[in-house]
Design a protein around this ligand. Sequence first.
Ligand code: FES
Length: 308
Amino acid sequence: MSVRRLAEDQFQPASFAFNAENTVFEAATIAKYPEGRQQSAVIPLLMRAQEQDGWVTKATIEYVAQKLSMPYIRVLEVATFYTQFQLKPVGTRAHIQVCGTTPCMLRGSDELIKVCQHKIHHDPFHTNAEGTLSWEEVECQGACVNAPMVIIFKDAYEDLTPERLEQIIDEFEAGKGADVPVGPQNGRHLSAPEGGALTLLDDIKPVRTNLDPKPAPAAEGASVPPADAGHPKDTAPETDKSLKTPVTAPKAAAKNAKEAEKGESTTTSTKPAAKRGSKAEGAPAAEGAVAGEDKPKRTRKAKPEGEA
Ligand code: FES
């Protein structure tokens, strides 16, 4: 980016004043801000001054600083920081800002710049011989999908070819810039695909829409079975609800058969062994015995009378 300085003294007018219409705008804009915050109007006032005279002069900066009770340097900082403000005289009929950032460059912005150099002036910020046209290269203007593009005043002209830009420049030079349609210049609608839609062409019926009739509400008091929608689909045999008893494990069946042969056991139960110390299954409990105790219960000897 080049250093942004005010125009040389020979271009600077002696004074600045808003015309009648813009004086009304000035008062209304300043009144929007609360007491003590009028400095917030600095950008709207500078922009309106540029729209009136075509560029921001030194006298304009002094005027705005005095109007908003700001130091001159603070307004100068704003005017030189934002590239939207033109600090030198530009073409009276059109100042063409050519986007040269990567997407536009890949789509041919170099050719657009050559058109400007050929039809206006070799160097940016220089007017043509009549003083009606000028151009500059700018950074991305946020219309990359319609690259390459140019900005003229507040309007964007997109999807350009060198030939189309030449025609647009001629229109502005002839004072017919208002007749040029803004936006895409190749016939496409906004940033939609060229030639029509390319995707989502299948005629797919949505599964359900908000227009489908709602299911009838259940009668009051009627039992509604719980929904199964949130349950995972489980096809494992051990979770089959139709089975009433667990399937005997093959290992346990083999062990029971072996024990029956030896006669060591008469039971074929597959229950796990009773816990150590628990009452034997089936045997009557001894009188006074407590479940889980094998040994006789110790009792405390009665102390002889007179002992504490
Ligand atoms: S790169 Fe040109 S508009 Fe974004």
